[in-house]
Design a protein around this ligand. Structure first.
Ligand code: NI
Length: 171
């Protein structure tokens, strides 16, 4: 396994809809391992394949509830149910140094394949629900800042652009 470079805001790969995974071959298994390592190293609670520059519909999540690892692999995920509402600070490894309160559904159900190619259904509340929505958004070329109001989004984008010229952003 290896830590991969996380693609930052401004890279067009983050805005492209990811292609479905057709077969879970060696390369995809290696990608999954690398994505977990990259996510734990960051550290973060979720990472989408396009965040490491690979335009495939694949994401990893681990909210580490009670400090324990509970890795989730989502291949070709599809949200099947959403309910409730929740507004909490959200951030993204591709937009380092920023957080913003984002309205999300409080509960989410996602159908996907796991790393063995078996169908799984993941149901999440709270932080896990948020991570499920955030990562499936990534795979559709969407970022959490897109959920902000127009005025807030414009302000944030100008701050992000300024930050993107700094060294830390490109590290
Ligand atoms: Ni993100």
């Amino acid at each position: 396994m290896a830590i991969r470079k996380i693609v930052k805001y401004g890279d067009p790969v983050l805005r492209r809809r990811c292609q479905p995974v057709k077969s879970i071959d060696r390369e995809v298994r290696k990608l999954i391992g690398d994505m977990f390592e990259t996510m734990y190293d960051a550290p973060g609670v979720g990472l989408a394949a396009n965040q490491v520059g690979v335009s495939l519909a694949l994401a990893v999540i681990d909210i580490q509830a009670e400090g324990r690892q509970s890795p989730i692999v989502l291949i070709n995920p599809r949200i099947t149910e959403l309910s409730g509402q929740l507004k909490e600070e959200e951030g993204c490894l591709s937009i380092p140094g920023f957080l913003a309160p984002i309205k999300r559904f409080a509960s989410a159900k996602v159908s996907a394949l796991n790393e063995k190619g078996l169908p799984v259904v993941i149901t999440g509340e709270g932080l896990l629900a948020r991570a499920l929505q955030h990562e499936t958004d990534h795979l559709n070329g969407k970022l959490y800042v897109d959920h902000l109001s127009f005025v807030k989004r414009v302000r944030m984008f100008s701050l992000i652009k300024r930050s993107a010229r700094s060294e830390r952003w490109n590290a």
